[in-house]
Design a binder for this molecule. Structure first.
Ligand code: 5RP
Length: 275
């Protein structure tokens, strides 16, 4: 592997072989997603606990401080919205010159296997791999399901992940599912877990993240279940501890509750002082 590619991958995947990416790219098809209306403010307290940010060029320029920034995974596909006919109808949005200008550590692009736009999205992936490999930039493929969340089973996700790797993705981001080991076993490149809509309890999140890590995922790319939680820093700390400190789901949940309790206590003291 060339030095540039290896260097960029090592910015994303830490020395323990694991990674925790923070995605804030949702606006590219959802508009001002709840709790992400002002992305710069949302991420400020969360940045110390993530290894990289997944973001579009627009929000990167508008809301991320270039000085001392975390490594950037640039979202480079788009062109559909939640109001349109089909979320799968995406194209490449960002040129290789722009990717270089923004000093991206990697790029991310969605593929929509089994949809009317399967071929287009797979050819988008192949095209961006062709462009990025020339410059040592890793491509992360996102196995997207649009609104069809029920598609997320091991057979389907294994198929998507393998196709993404075959087309040259250096990392695959896919949903956690039961029998996640089967997804990982069929994919010759590292697999990172995506999040999905907000779970009902924090414990559910810690359970699936822990299970995925035990079954071969190298890490996590989790957005809404972090920044839509009323205690996002507690979520970040607890998830970071599963990914990088080998905490179990139960231990992470206890850590979450400790950090949350501390935050509540501090808020009460502050309120008392004001009153
Ligand atoms: C959107 C994405 C997001 O990065 C991905 O869905 C992760 O965010 P969340 O945990 O909120 O699902 O790729 O297409």
């Amino acid at each position: 592997m060339d030095w540039g590619m290896e260097n960029r991958l090592s910015q994303l995947i830490q020395a323990d072989g694991h990674c925790f990416f923070l995605p804030i790219d949702h606006g590219y098809f959802q508009g001002p997603t709840s709790c992400l209306e002002k992305p710069g403010e949302t991420i400020k307290p969360l940045l110390p606990y993530c290894d990289a940010l997944f973001v579009t060029r627009g929000v990167l320029r508008a809301a991320v401080d270039p000085a001392g920034s975390k490594p950037i995974i640039l979202r480079v596909s788009g062109g559909a919205s939640v109001l349109g006919k089909d979320l799968a109808n995406e194209s490449l949005t960002t040129s290789i010159e722009e990717i270089l200008r923004l000093n991206a550590a990697a790029v991310g692009i969605s593929i929509f296997v089994g949809t009317d736009y399967e071929r287009e999205s797979l050819m988008n992936l192949a095209e961006i791999v062709n462009q990025c490999e020339d410059f040592g930039i890793p491509v992360m493929a996102v196995t997207a399901v649009g609104k069809e969340l029920e598609k997320r089973d091991a057979r389907y996700l294994a198929l998507c992940s393998r196709i993404a790797a075959e087309l040259g993705a250096r990392v695959v981001k896919t949903y956690w599912c039961k029998n996640f080991d089967k997804v990982v076993a069929g994919c010759p490149v590292p697999v990172v877990m995506a999040g999905g809509p907000k779970c009902e309890t924090e414990k559910e999140v810690f359970d699936f993240v822990y299970d995925g890590m035990q079954n071969g995922a190298i890490g996590l790319n989790l957005g809404r279940n972090v920044w839509q939680n009323p205690y996002p820093v507690a979520m970040m700390k607890a998830l970071h501890a599963i990914i990088h400190e080998d905490l179990t789901a139960r231990e992470a949940w206890e850590l979450f509750n400790d950090v949350k309790a501390e935050k509540i206590k501090k808020a009460k003291i502050k309120k008392g002082k004001k009153g």
